[in-house]
Design a protein around this ligand. Structure first.
Ligand SMILES: NC(=O)c1ccc[n+]([C@@H]2O[C@H](COP(=O)([O-])OP(=O)(O)OC[C@H]3O[C@@H](n4cnc5c(N)ncnc54)[C@H](OP(=O)(O)O)[C@@H]3O)[C@@H](O)[C@H]2O)c1
Length: 345
């Protein structure tokens, strides 16, 4: 129950015609910078479509964008890189990736090429969780990681939005052994429930040795960087690949060619943009993920659903490493102070 005795969050305040409610930042900074405001709806340009958004997703990169690092969107800015809702032109249910932000709002403007229809068997929350993070997980494992059946895979932040899908997809693709890194016992239990053979605390002082057990690592999927990445490199088996999909701040690691040659190992980097740039590839990856979800072979965990004015709390939770799986914003709802959203679903 909410403070005012109603059974859940209220519908968002009604915006005037041509207006929409949105979570806005007017300065770069902490989560406290978010304000829920009425803004004019975006105006689509050539090749763009309007989407009446139902749900928007949080991605870790949003935290960097909010702080003015990574993509420095002009202020005032509406962040949010993935949405699901109805395409206004034809009312079709679609999911879309927004390369210029704009997701935390009731109306989003998407490139038509980065928009995909959602099949009936896949719910809004699953579609949202699978598009950005699922395509990253699948693209990394297959396009660049070139995972072969029987190979040994390690993934960092394995309980996270990308990580928990990497664990499931690695299994689906026939990995011989899957190991997930996660910082708490609860997260590690969750990762094992996804089918990981083992889990390791990234703070383990013997991390490289632990990862090197069972003959070393063939594919190390890293989204953390720093010492964890170094440990992953040290644990690679001959012909192993370290695949970087992201980092969480701190100095970048560098490698010498001699170091790589001595171990017969490779270091690779993946950016989802290059999947999006190829419409046929993007569509086939998204359709594959939706098919797996429709068949129940890939299940995204929804960590929590917050109302539009819960974006600040959601950013705080993700920055504090409290989330597991996908964090969702229901842009159709506003709660006012006191409502904590739906957690641990
Ligand atoms: N290359 C691409 O195209 C692409 C696309 C999408 C996402 N990404 C990257 O993939 C990574 C995962 O993204 P996501 O949206 O799924 O986020 P996420 O993994 O759900 O982020 C939250 C988790 O990150 C882990 N983490 C590790 N170091 C952290 C730190 N210093 N501060 C806070 N959390 C930390 C924590 O797990 P533990 O506590 O268990 O360590 C935390 O629970 C990010 O680096 C993101 O930039 C890349």
């Amino acid at each position: 129950m909410t403070d005012d005795g109603t059974a859940g969050p209220r519908p968002a305040r009604t915006a005037p015609p041509g207006g929409m409610r949105a979570a806005v930042i007017r300065r770069y900074g902490g989560p406290e910078e978010f304000r829920t405001e009425t803004l004019p709806e975006p105006v689509p340009g050539p090749g763009q479509v309007l989407i009446d958004v139902a749900l928007a997703g949080l991605n870790y990169a949003d935290l960097h964008c909010r702080e003015g690092e990574y993509r420095r969107y002009p202020l005032p800015a509406v962040l949010g890189a993935d949405v699901v809702g109805r395409r206004r032109r034809d009312g079709r249910r679609v999911a879309a990736l927004l390369r210029s932000g704009g997701g935390y709002a009731q109306v989003a403007c998407a490139e038509e090429a980065f928009t995909i229809e959602v099949p009936d068997g896949v719910g809004d929350e699953q579609a949202l969780a699978l598009l950005e993070q699922g395509a990253t997980a699948y693209g990394a494992l297959t396009l660049l990681g070139r995972l072969r059946p029987g190979e040994r895979v390690v993934v960092t932040a394995a309980a996270g939005g990308v990580g928990h899908l990497v664990v499931q997809l690695a299994r689906e693709l026939g990995a011989g052994r899957v190991v997930g890194l996660a910082s708490t016992a609860v997260k590690r239990e969750f990762v094992r429930s996804l089918g990981a053979d083992a889990t390791v605390d990234p703070a383990d002082p013997e991390l490289a040795a632990r990862l090197g057990e069972s003959g070393g690592v063939d594919l190390f999927v890293d989204s953390v960087g720093g010492g964890v990445l170094r440990s992953g490199l040290a644990a690679l088996a001959p012909f192993g690949r370290l695949l970087c999909v992201g980092a969480r701040g701190g100095p970048e690691e560098s490698f010498s060619v001699a170091e790589l040659a001595e171990g017969s190992v490779g270091v690779l980097g993946f950016w989802l943009q290059h999947v999006l740039d190829d419409r046929a590839l993007f569509a086939s990856v998204a359709e594959h993920l939706f098919r797996l979800a429709g068949e129940g072979r890939l299940v995204a965990r929804i960590d929590r659903v917050v109302p539009l004015d819960g974006v600040a709390d959601a950013h705080r939770a993700m920055g504090a490493r409290e989330t597991m799986g996908k964090v969702v914003v229901d842009v159709r709802r506003e709660a006012g102070a006191g409502w904590q959203g739906t957690t641990d679903r």
